[in-house]
Design a binder for this molecule. Structure first.
Ligand SMILES: C[S@@+](CC[C@H](N)C(=O)[O-])C[C@H]1O[C@@H](n2cnc3c(N)ncnc32)[C@H](O)[C@@H]1O
Length: 243
């Protein structure tokens, strides 16, 4: 199936672009809705700069496109209207400065070192700087199965295992094991975690209140949180999020 990205490949110049082919379908599914207006986009990992013109062509004119890489040679690869900042994706101080200058971001795409500890550090430091409605995408997650990248099957330190814990945290409203599994404030912001072949997508959409069940019958609509309350899920209502 053709899409913007498969068509784009035929227009590339001498700047090498490297992506796994299955990503183009995922990008199309996840990112097409971000083309309608200018957005703020961050990609971790520049390499030879091939993705810079691709994202420039993909997103609407006026978008703020920021790229980072640890290799100082990448600074020369910025296109007009784009920024390449040099630094380590696992360095909280660098990421804080980056976010202060260029954030918040509508889309963050981690195509950097693919080392699991770096992917987790970037996520933890940049998630707060993801805009409402934004997507955080981590690609090449198959390195979670490669010991050389800090992965390995069911290795707790891998990004895939971290993303599974994100799924738990997203559901921390619901369990009746308050002591074992307290409410995690990320549940307020984490709308969904979607896993594709080698790409994990986390979407931010803030809930201001705990989830409700709707009961509708004969046109009468009633909302209830009884399912949470009868389980004594106190921390979801008055937990460490300070509410
Ligand atoms: C897979 S390449 C990026 C490819 C590029 N996004 C593309 O689509 O053509 C990975 C890049 O991540 C950079 N990198 C490696 N470790 C890093 C780190 N700790 N922080 C930031 N960038 C890093 C490497 O220098 C390399 O240029």
């Amino acid at each position: 199936m053709t899409n913007f990205f498969t068509d784009y490949l035929k227009t590339t110049d001498d700047r090498l672009l490297t992506k796994w082919t299955q990503y183009f379908d995922t990008y199309t599914r996840e990112l097409t809705r971000f083309r309608a207006r200018p957005v703020s986009f961050l990609e971790i990992g520049v390499f030879k700069g091939g993705s810079i013109p691709m994202w420039k062509a993909f997103f609407a004119p006026g978008s703020r496109l920021t790229f980072i890489d640890i290799d100082p040679a990448c600074a020369a690869l910025a296109e007009p209207g784009t920024t390449v900042a040099i630094g380590n994706q696992a360095d909280p101080a660098f990421l804080a400065e980056l976010a202060a200058q260029h954030g918040p971001f509508d889309v963050i795409l981690d195509d950097g070192s693919h080392v699991c500890a770096h992917q987790i550090a970037s996520f933890e430091n940049l998630w707060p700087h993801l805009a409402e409605g934004g997507l955080y995408m981590v690609e090449d997650c198959h390195t979670s199965y490669w010991p050389g990248f800090g992965g390995g099957y069911r290795n707790e330190a891998s990004f895939i295992e971290y993303s599974k814990r994100l799924i738990d945290r997203m559901h921390s409203w619901y369990t009746d094991q308050d002591d074992l599994f307290p409410f995690d404030p990320i549940a307020r912001e984490l709308h969904s975690v979607r896993t594709y072949d080698s790409i994990v997508v986390a979407e931010k959409r803030t809930k201001t209140e705990p989830p409700t069940t709707v009961y509708a019958q004969n046109g009468q609509v009633r909302l209830s949180r009884r399912a949470l309350e009868i389980r004594g899920r106190k921390s979801a209502f008055a937990g460490k999020d300070g509410t």
